[in-house]
Design a protein around this ligand. Structure first.
Ligand code: NDP
Ligand SMILES: O=C(O)C1=N[C@H](C(=O)O)C[C@H](O)C1
Length: 254
């Protein structure tokens, strides 16, 4: 199976190693920057500027780059009738609609977090939130390294969506609370972003009630959990019919 890895930053490099370890082929790596240094298992001759430059047949694209590349990825996937595993975060609402529309024409897997732990918490939230929401205030705190460009994290948004979906959309996200005068309302879910050092990724969902607190926490200790998840997703997606897939199906979370 031939994989095109879109993005050769921190995640792209891990993905290349994990694609090779899984016995899959790297058809090409897309890095827009001039003078990018190829590192084993990638060689200079497979570092390209765009998907259309890749010489080999591609079976699946794995994207860990930036929302700016979305159109190129979707167009190539549709034209070549191949799958795309989209792991970048920070998309606009309009871009999310584009991803959904593209999935009517080819197989797309979109996930704001590729780890098992986060995807299990996302499902657990759907079950416990309706039981707790009347009595508990809900807040989300995320912490990431100082190189992250989007805030809040995609995972914080995933958790917020799980909470809000389970309550039929009755909640409202409030980011950071800067400048707000007045008490917290029941409708709010506060979302807070911390950036510093080399924190891989930490997410806490706090349910704060009268005299009791429940906290669900996920801490990523290595970026491998994301790269390995993306390779699993690529294997799952190869040859699949057009559709919108998530890590829930890949990881078989019931
Ligand atoms: N779903 C998941 O589980 C995970 C998702 N992510 C997401 O993956 C993405 C990449 O993360 P990471 O590897 O840590 O980030 P890096 O900044 O290390 O790498 C980003 C890559 O995207 C390219 N890129 C950045 N901005 C642009 C742009 N405007 N136009 C074209 N290319 C661009 C960079 O190229 P250049 O070097 O030239 O800037 C680089 O190749 C992020 O959105 C991150 O949030 C990360 C971890 C897990
Ligand atoms: O940029 C990162 O590093 C990460 N991004 C994803 C996100 O925005 O949630 C996933 C993970 O937390 C690491």
């Amino acid at each position: 199976m031939n994989i095109a890895v879109f993005g050769y930053g921190m995640m792209g490099k891990f993905v290349c190693e994990d694609v090779a370890s899984a016995g899959l082929q790297i058809a090409g790596v897309i890095e827009k920057r001039d003078g990018a240094q190829a590192m084993s298992p990638v060689t200079e001759d497979i570092l390209y500027k765009s998907l259309n430059d890749i010489k080999e047949k591609v079976d699946v694209i794995i994207d860990f780059s930036n929302p700016a590349n979305l159109d190129e990825i979707l167009e190539y996937a549709i034209e070549n009738q191949i799958g795309a595993v989209i792991c970048s975060t920070g998309f606009t609402a309009e871009q999310l609609t584009k991803i959904k529309q593209a999935s009517e024409k080819t197989a797309i897997l979109f996930s704001r977090n590729m780890s098992l732990g986060v995807n299990v918490i996302s499902e657990v939230l759907k079950q416990i939130t309706p039981i707790l929401a009347d009595a508990f205030d809900i807040e989300i705190i995320e912490k990431h390294h100082n190189q992250k460009v989007d805030s809040p994290s995609g995972t914080a948004k995933l958790f917020y969506d799980s909470i809000n979906e389970s309550l039929n959309g009755e909640k409202e996200a409030v980011y950071g609370r800067e400048g707000i005068v007045g008490k917290r309302t029941k409708k709010e879910v506060g979302i807070h972003a911390i950036r510093g050092g080399s924190i891989v990724g930490e997410h806490s969902i706090i349910f704060a009630g009268q005299d009791e607190i429940i906290e669900l926490k996920h801490e990523a200790l290595s970026k491998r959990i994301f790269s390995q998840g993306s390779v699993k997703a690529a294997k799952f997606l190869a040859g699949k019919a057009p559709g919108f897939y998530t890590m829930k199906e890949v990881l078989d979370i019931k």
